[in-house]
Design a protein around this ligand. Structure first.
Ligand code: ADP
Ligand code: ZN
Length: 642
């Protein structure tokens, strides 16, 4: 039912035509000729009252035919930056997006808003792909989503050459960077678009972009003339917390469980682990504790991964335990926490992974536990990789920077933003170092003992063995090697084994100790430790306390909007969510495609009782008002006894 396209409709009739097909999973009729006014499109189609950040500037630039490079944090609102120009400019906007799952979500959401959107990909039936192609050629499409490998097929390029293309939007543009962990070779070929389609504006969008990545995007995609729009990278609603798993306070998984139970009962979250094995173990264990936790890693079958991802997207309180294979393009808005049980490889990776929390702007947690073993494992993976030396050096520096962030004694957000060239004037007040400033201690003496012990034992033993020597623990192995006669034997009883581990980890992190390459974890001295051994420098270290009580102990009610709910609001909140759930299930789409939590929260607080009032709620555009307005009004009015 691709209708009402050719003739511009008068305003009044447009509303009628939208009403006529409200309800069900019908094809959106769209409005062939929309008002060219971005503000009106924003309000009528998307239901929002104002632009955020630099959205308006970007839209004006692209709608006017210019190229743009858009760097905006996750949740910043990148999609509107190409969706609105595509609705303004004649022709169809082509969106290149690496993930099919994400595409389908976006297309579903756009259709809910009355935008004529489709996707060309292998997950769609042949008939649907053909229908999308026909619609494109007939000028009956506003937005077309395509995966990069499909776009580059000669057949697709020919198709586009015969159609009228309004713009190209290259989403997740950092995939073009060979230094990055999301590198996609297909992205390199996208430079072709500039040659094949001169005159069609191109816009590249990403949430990850330190300066080198940004330069790479510009050169590889031929965006030298593009205007660059760099937004603030701050995600003020995310609370950052990082602590060490070796520093006491229970096993990592116990601490994770406590964190989830106390702070996020019934809420959706992602738990990242380094290895597939660990993913499986943690997912099983959480499930055994009664939580809905699912695994996701590259070793699972495609069907199983899809099933788990779908469950995560459509469920309300599902926890995804995953390797970094999971997450790019996951735009579920109400992920309330991202937990890391291992150290990420770089600050970019950390920022991107934690950025998947709280896209809806409501409070969210980035919570991480890391340990000595992570540092050793990551360094070994790097050293053993096939990458060339230059690449390894860059990666090593990135890992160092990440460790630096972990060991910080000042505001984490300030450091994180500074890494992306963004300054925050004062400490944020919403990270662990701000909330509970860490104590430091003078670790010079124990550090010298540790280094000396490494030296005396021949620079080939791992941390556990070295701690046995320092603490004077006479194991069989130690006696067999004669190490109970060493001058460093038993000189380190002042620290507990766990404290020694922290100290060793930090010496490694600072590059004073090196780990071996053969995988046995043996430590050797680095040249840079000489001044410390000679007593010319000192070391101040973070005294990692046992984890204090969590800063935000919360009750055990199910998911809630912005602030904790008053008990009298809970019933309406539950009813609104149930209504959304019903509508979503009926159409087989995730609940947030119907309305986001933020929109439901506004309904809760504003309690609209007429369609007019409902239209004023953020996130309720004309199409969704027609489709769902009455249903939600019924819930609210029923609740108010009207
Ligand atoms: P990104 O792709 O940058 O991560 P999205 O485009 O998915 O972010 O937008 C994040 C959320 O913010 C979405 O729920 C979107 O509907 C909402 N949003 C974007 N722009 C606005 C705006 N101007 N007013 C209100 N909500 C907005
Ligand atoms: Zn801070």
């Amino acid at each position: 039912m691709w209708n009402v396209d050719d003739e511009p409709l008068p305003e009044s009739e447009r509303a009628v035509s939208l009403t006529a097909q409200a309800g069900g999973d019908t094809e959106p009729s769209g409005a062939g000729q929309r008002s060219p006014d971005p503000v009106r499109i924003l309000s009528e189609v998307f239901g929002y009252s104002g632009f955020r950040g630099r959205q308006r500037e970007i839209i004006d630039c692209v709608a006017g035919g210019g190229d743009a490079l858009v760097l905006m944090p996750t949740g910043g609102g990148k999609s509107l930056c190409y969706q609105i120009p595509a609705l303004i400019r004649p022709g169809c906007g082509v969106v290149i997006s690496p993930l099919i799952a994400l595409m389908q979500d976006q297309v579903a959401a756009l259709r809910q808003s009355g935008v004529r959107a489709a996707a060309l990909n292998s997950a769609e039936s042949l008939a649907r792909n053909q229908e999308a192609e026909r619609a494109l050629l007939d000028g009956r499409l506003d937005l077309l989503y395509i995966a990069p490998e499909r776009l580059m097929l000669p057949r697709t390029l020919d198709l586009l050459a015969r159609a009228r293309v309004a713009l190209f939007a290259i989403d997740e543009a950092h995939c073009v960077s060979q230094w990055g962990h999301d590198f996609r070779p297909e992205y390199i070929q996208l430079s072709l678009l500039a040659e094949r389609f001169p005159g069609v504006p191109r816009l590249a969008l990403t949430a990850t972009a330190d300066a080198p990545t940004r330069r790479e995007i510009v050169t590889r995609l031929g965006l030298e003339r593009a205007r660059q729009f760099v937004s603030r990278f701050d995600r003020p609603n995310i609370r950052y917390r990082i602590s060490q798993s070796d520093a006491g306070g229970g096993s990592a998984r116990d601490r994770l469980l406590r964190f989830i139970r106390q702070e996020h009962p019934g809420e959706a979250g992602i738990v990242y682990c380094l290895s597939r094995k660990r993913v499986e173990a943690i997912a099983d264990w959480l499930a055994a504790q009664g939580l809905e936790a699912l695994p996701y890693h590259a070793g699972l079958s495609v069907a199983e991964r899809d099933r788990n991802q779908k469950r995560f997207l459509t469920g309300e309180g599902v926890i995804m335990v995953a390797t970094i294979a999971f997450g790019m393009g996951i735009d579920k808005p109400n992920v309330r926490f991202v937990a890391h049980l291992n150290l990420p490889k770089s600050i970019e990776a950390y920022y991107q992974e934690t950025g998947r929390a709280g896209r809806d702007g409501l409070p969210a947690d980035a919570w991480m536990l890391y340990g000595l073993q992570d540092v050793i494992t990551l360094r070994q993976m790097l050293d053993q990789s096939n990458a060339d030396d230059g690449h390894k050096r860059v990666e090593r520096q990135k890992l160092e920077a990440m460790l630096g962030l972990c060991e910080l004694t000042s505001c984490r957000r300030q450091a994180l933003l500074a890494y992306f060239g963004d300054d925050l004037d004062s400490p944020c007040g919403n990270c662990d170092t701000c909330l509970e400033p860490p104590a430091t201690w003078d670790a010079t003496e124990p550090a010298r003992k540790a280094l000396s012990c490494v030296y005396r034992t021949g620079e080939r033993f791992g941390v556990n063995y070295l701690i046995d020597v320092l603490r004077g623990r006479e194991t069989d192995r130690l006696r067999a090697l004669g190490h109970h006669h060493l001058s460093t034997f038993g000189i380190g009883t002042e620290l507990e084994p766990a404290e020694w581990r922290v100290l060793f980890r930090q010496l490694i992190a600072r590059g004073l100790l090196r780990t071996d390459l053969d995988g046995h974890g043996g430590l050797s001295l680095d040249e840079s430790c000489r001044p410390l051994l000679r007593g010319e420098t000192t070391v101040e270290l973070r005294r990692d306390q046992r984890p204090a009580r969590s800063p935000r102990e919360r009750g055990s009610r199910a998911a809630r909007p912005a602030a904790d709910l008053a008990p009298e609001d809970q019933a309406l909140w539950d009813a609104l969510r149930a209504c959304r759930r019903r509508l979503a299930d009926a159409q087989g789409v995730p609940p947030y495609v119907i309305f986001h939590d933020v929109t439901l929260a506004e309904m809760l607080h504003e309690a609209p009782v007429t369609l007019d009032q409902m239209a004023g709620i953020s996130g309720v555009g004309i199409s969704k008002l027609d489709r769902y307005g009455d249903e939600f009004l019924r819930v609210i009015r029923g609740h108010l006894g009207l």
